[in-house]
Design a protein around this ligand. Structure first.
Ligand code: NAP
Length: 511
């Protein structure tokens, strides 16, 4: 394939353009590079690598998947301080892996993809990006979209929210300049982020109101620090850390049958959750408020030793009456109570089933991915490639996220598929590959069938896993090793392919 050059039209020609420099984008860059596919750029809207771990700096931010597994298989880290690492440590890990990979020279920071259009004639994506030096155009053979499902904050649609005069920020856009000591703070949302940040706020706030729409099942966090002896052993004893990683992997995979086929088994988790509640909360009314009425696992099971003690503290009120309005200085609930505040923290999650990057990508028929998915729900062949969008590879695409294990396992599986596809295209002289509609439909139908008995469809809750049609287009409904097996080779027979056009061949010959 061609080497990077500027065409007469002013666009920079590359083989691959990766969107996003989080765990997924970085893995794609490293593995493409290793495979000799070195002509790529990584376009990142923020100022550094790290993705969600770069932007989520709220107090208490930590990972709820053990770090031995929440890390790249090709870059084990013997120095994790704890079983569940804090955000700063994970970010430093990603930075180190990026530095040592030798790929950072192809990363373009502070730059956002604003438009990507498939040019059928040129067999390239024409991509407009906006950065500090204005707009720039790339013409790329493939796009690897690694923009992340948890990147665009979702603000609640509450009357008057724009009129609030105090400090207001989303958990993923934490304003560290605001001194929270002694302040009256409200937090809207009680999901994974809130569960981590509320206990930190409780310690400094004058008063804290936590607005809960739905309680979560929350079980104890079996946290501990690694001793220096363990770290030395991880470093020195061959295979030890990989064995520890495999043990974590197997334990988490062992939970899949309960989520996917036998949700009643999750009653065990509910018992753990009730015990967790009863250990920290004495007030029967508060206990009732925090106890979910749906099957555990239907929403993400959270882990915390600090959440319930924080809610039980004297300076905290858990408010379950729905919010009807926000005024210049207060939150008003349906029972007419007005609670004055200085700071409003929004912890209401992200646009997951309508990923914002899809609005900027226009496929073969002139439709955006957002329009297509808005009409039909998110779907992709093997969670990765999409009919109508040739040479587009979506990392952490539809039905690839996990409720039970490390997303990095999925990312590495997808990246291998992308690399195999790039190799196949080069080997077989293919200018465009696009999954057939039949292959994609069969894949999606199979996912829907397997999704039916899962706790996410039967557990009796509303969750962001489900789209507006009620389909779970977010999670993978099975074992992760099965997903990896499906993506182990690039199955070109399931694709409509086009040979590289003759003009391209000539261009190559003269390059
Ligand atoms: P989330 O899990 O989607 O939680 C959002 C919370 O806001 C829910 O409690 C939701 O209530 C509530 N909410 C949403 N809209 C609302 C409204 N209009 N009024 C009142 N409440 C509203 O978001 P998140 O906590 O930011 O976490 C998102 C995902 O990020 C997690 O599921 C997880 O995958 C990831 N995460 C991971 C970690 C980690 O440790 N690995 C940490 C943080 C986040 P309902 O339940 O009623 O919808």
């Amino acid at each position: 394939m061609s080497s990077r050059s500027d065409s007469p039209t002013g666009s920079t020609q590359v083989d691959h353009l990766i969107i996003g420099a989080g765990f997924a984008g970085l893995a794609a860059a490293i593995k493409l590079d290793e495979a000799g596919e070195r002509d790529f750029v990584v376009i990142e809207k923020d100022s550094d690598v790290g993705g969600t771990w770069h932007i989520n700096t709220y107090p208490g931010a930590e990972c709820d998947v053990p770090s031995q597994l929440y890390s790249y298989s090709f870059a084990l880290n013997p120095d994790w301080s704890k079983v569940y690492s804090p955000q700063a440590e994970i970010l430093e890990y990603i930075r180190k892996v990026a530095r040592e990979s030798g790929t950072l020279d192809r990363f373009v920071f502070d730059t956002a993809v604003v438009d990507a259009r498939w040019d059928e004639q040129a067999q390239r994506w024409v991509v407009q990006v906006e950065g500090p030096e204005g707009t720039r155009e790339y013409a790329t053979r493939t796009i690897v979209s690694a923009a992340g499902g948890l990147s665009e904050p979702r603000m609640p649609e509450v009357e008057g929210i724009e009129s609030f005069q105090g400090e207001i920020f989303h958990s993923a856009r934490w304003n560290h300049d605001v001194d929270l000591t002694g302040k009256r703070i409200a937090v809207i949302g009680t999901g994974a982020s809130a569960v981590q940040l509320v206990p930190e706020l409780q310690e400094v706030a004058g008063h804290l109101d936590v607005y809960q729409r739905t309680p979560n099942w929350i079980i104890p966090r079996n946290e501990r620090s690694f001793t220096s002896l363990e770290k030395t052993a991880f470093r020195r004893v061959p295979g030890l850390q990989r064995a520890a990683r495999s043990a974590v992997y197997s334990t988490l995979e062992g939970r899949v049958p309960a989520f996917a086929k036998f949700p009643d088994l999750l009653k065990v988790v509910e018992a753990q959750g009730r015990k967790n509640i009863n250990a920290a909360i004495k007030d029967p009314e508060l206990r009732a408020k925090v106890t979910p009425d749906y099957r555990a696992g239907c929403k993400r099971i959270l882990i915390s030793n600090k959440w319930y003690p924080a809610l039980a503290a004297d300076n905290v009120d858990l408010v379950t009456d729905p919010i009807v309005k926000i005024t210049g200085d207060a939150v008003v609930t349906a029972d007419g109570v007005e609670r004055p505040i200085d700071v409003l923290v929004i912890a209401t999650g992200f646009y997951v089933t309508e990923p914002p990057i899809a609005e900027h990508v226009t496929g073969r028929d002139g439709r955006t991915l957002a329009d297509l998915w808005d009409e039909q729900g998110m779907a992709a062949y093997k969670g990765t490639t999409i009919n109508g969008f040739p040479n587009l590879f979506q990392l952490v695409g539809p039905n690839t996220a996990l409720g039970h294990s490390s997303i990095i396992f999925i990312i590495e599986s997808q990246v291998k598929y992308v690399v195999e596809a790039a190799k196949a295209m080069r080997r077989e002289g293919l200018g465009a590959v696009e999954p057939t509609q039949a292959a994609q439909d069969a894949w999606t139908a199979d996912i829907r069938r397997r999704m039916k008995p899962t706790v996410w469809q039967t557990g009796g809750c509303a969750s962001w896993y489900l789209d507006k049609f009620g389909n779970n287009t977010t999670l993978w409904p099975g074992q992760t090793f099965a997903f990896r097996q499906h993506l182990s080779k690039f199955d070109v027979d399931k694709y409509d392919v086009q040979a590289v056009r003759p003009t391209e061949t000539k261009e190559k010959a003269s390059a």
